[in-house]
Design a binder for this molecule. Structure first.
Ligand SMILES: Cc1cc2nc3c(=O)[nH]c(=O)nc-3n(C[C@H](O)[C@H](O)[C@H](O)COP(=O)(O)OP(=O)(O)OC[C@H]3O[C@@H](n4cnc5c(N)ncnc54)[C@H](O)[C@@H]3O)c2cc1C
Length: 328
C-alpha cells in the first residue's frame, strides 16, 4: 500500500493497518512527536486524499478546525492515501545506533537528582535536545535526555529518582562506576533549530533542565545570538541544581535571561514563586515569532504548551519533550 507524503512528494510503502506515525518514522520522514497518545498535538498532519481510521478521536484536542487534520500517532492507514506533513524548517536525522558505554560518574546534585556521566565506546552523533534509551540491564531501560553537546568526550544525563521507580531504584541502589550501559539513540525531535533568528523560550521542569541545557549550550556553541528566556520550574529548593552552569551560560550569552520558579519555598531575592506557566503569562503579552523548547513532566509541558499557544506562538514552533512514563 502506498502513502504519498506531501510536500516531500515521496511515496512510502506500508502494510495496511499501519499506524501513520510508525510508518512515517520507519521511512525516516522527519516528524516531530512527543506523547504518542494523542494528547500533545505535535504530530499533527493532514489527510489530502483517501480515508484513514482515527484511533483515538475521543482523546484528541480539537484540531483548529483544519480540514483533514489528524494526529499521526492516533491514525491508522488502511488504503492508499495522501498525507501532508508539516514542513520541517530544519530536519536533522541522525541514524539511531546502539553503543556500549561505561559509567564514569554518578553524583548527587540535589535531593533525588543524580548526574550520570557515560564514556561511550564510540562517539554518538546527536542534536542538542535529543535523548537516548539507556539500558542498565535488559530489565532496566528508560529514555534520558543528553545535557551536553555532540562531540563532548562524555555523555551527560540528569536523572530524577522516582520513588519506587524500577529504573530509579536500580540507579540509586545498584549502578556503580565502571558498569556498562547500552545506549540507543539519538531519538526525539525537540532539537535545537539553528536557523531560527528570533527569540527562544526554554522551559525546564526539574531534570527537564538536561535537554534545555543542551539546547542553550548548542545555541551558544553555534554562535546564535537570539534572546533566550529560560524558565526553570521546581517544586522546592531541595530540587535546585545546575545554577553554576546557568551562570556560565549567562556570561557566555548575555541575551540569556534565567528565571528560577519555585512552587514553594522560593527565595524572593533570586527566585520567583509559583508555576512557570504563571511566570510566562506575567512576562509575555505575545510569543508571536518565538520558538519554544518545553521539557519535563507531562502536565508541566502540556499546560505550558497551552499558555504559549494562547500567546500566539505557532504550534510548529513548539518543540516538546515530555517525560512520559514508559512502563515495562
Ligand atoms: C523522551 C523522554 C526523555 C526523558 N528524559 C529524562 C531525563 O533527562 N531525566 C529524567 O530524570 N527523566 C527522564 N525521563 C523519564 C524517565 O525515562 C523515567 O520515566 C523515569 O526515570 C522513571 O522511571 P522508573 O523506571 O524509575 O519509574 P517507573 O517504574 O517507570 O514508574 C514508577 C512510578 O513512578 C511514577 N513516575 C514514573 N515516571 C515519572 C516521572 N517522570 N515523574 C514523576 N513520576 C513518575 C509513576 O507513578 C510510576 O507508577 C524521560 C522520559 C522520556 C519519555
Amino acid at each position: 500500500m502506498d502513502i504519498l507524503v506531501q510536500p516531500l512528494n515521496r511515496i512510502i510503502r506500508a502494510a495496511p493497518g499501519v499506524n501513520l506515525l510508525d510508518a512515517l518514522r520507519a521511512a525516516q520522514v522527519p516528524m516531530s512527536y512527543s506523547c504518542l497518545s494523542g494528547r500533545c498535538g505535535i504530530c499533527r498532519c493532514r489527510v489530502l486524499d483517501g480515508e484513514v481510521l482515527d484511533g483515538g478521536r475521543e482523546q484528541q484536542r480539537p484540531l483548529d478546525g483544519m480540514d483533514g487534520a489528524v494526529l499521526a500517532c492516533q491514525t491508522y492507514v488502511t488504503e492508499p492515501c495522501t498525507i501532508e506533513v508539516p514542513t520541517p524548517e530544519e530536519a536533522v536525522v541522525h541514524r539511531a545506533r546502539v553503543a556500549k558505554a561505561k559509567v564514569v560518574a554518578l553524583d548527587p546534585m540535589a535531593a533525588g537528582i543524580r548526574r550520570l556521566l557515560l564514556r561511550p565506546a564510540r562517539p554518538m552523533e546527536f542534536s542538542p535536545g535529543q535523548y537516548a534509551q539507556l539500558a542498565f540491564t535488559p530489565a532496566h531501560a528508560r529514555p534520558y535526555s543528553m545535557a551536553g553537546l555532540p562531540g563532548d568526550e562524555l555523555l551527560e544525563f540528569h536523572v530524577q529518582l522516582v520513588p519506587k521507580g524500577r529504573v530509579s531504584d536500580h540507579i540509586a541502589g545498584q549502578l556503580r562506576v565502571g558498569d556498562t550501559v547500552k545506549v540507543s539513540g539519538p531519538l526525539g525531535a525537540a532539537y535545537l533549530r539553528k536557523q531560527h533568528t528570533g527569540p527562544i523560550l526554554c522551559v525546564a521542569g526539574a531534570t527537564g533542565l538536561a535537554p534545555v541545557l543542551s539546547v542553550v549550550r548548542g545555541a551558544v556553541a553555534s554562535g546564535m545570538r537570539n534572546p533566550i528566556d529560560l524558565y526553570f520550574g521546581l517544586r522546592s529548593p531541595r530540587e535546585l541544581y545546575g545554577l553554576a552552569w546557568l551562570d556560565a551560560l549567562r556570561q557566555a550569552h548575555p541575551a540569556l535571561r534565567v528565571h528560577v520558579v519555585m512552587a514553594s519555598g522560593a527565595d524572593p531575592a533570586t527566585q520567583r514563586r509559583g508555576l512557570v506557566t504563571q511566570a510566562i503569562a506575567q512576562d509575555h503579552d505575545s510569543l508571536r515569532g518565538w520558538q519554544a523548547y518545553l521539557c519535563g513532566s507531562p502536565p508541566m509541558v502540556e499546560t505550558t504548551m497551552l499558555v504559549a499557544l494562547g500567546k500566539g506562538i505557532e504550534a510548529t514552533h513548539i518543540h516538546a519533550e515530555a517525560f512520559y512514563m514508559q512502563g515495562d
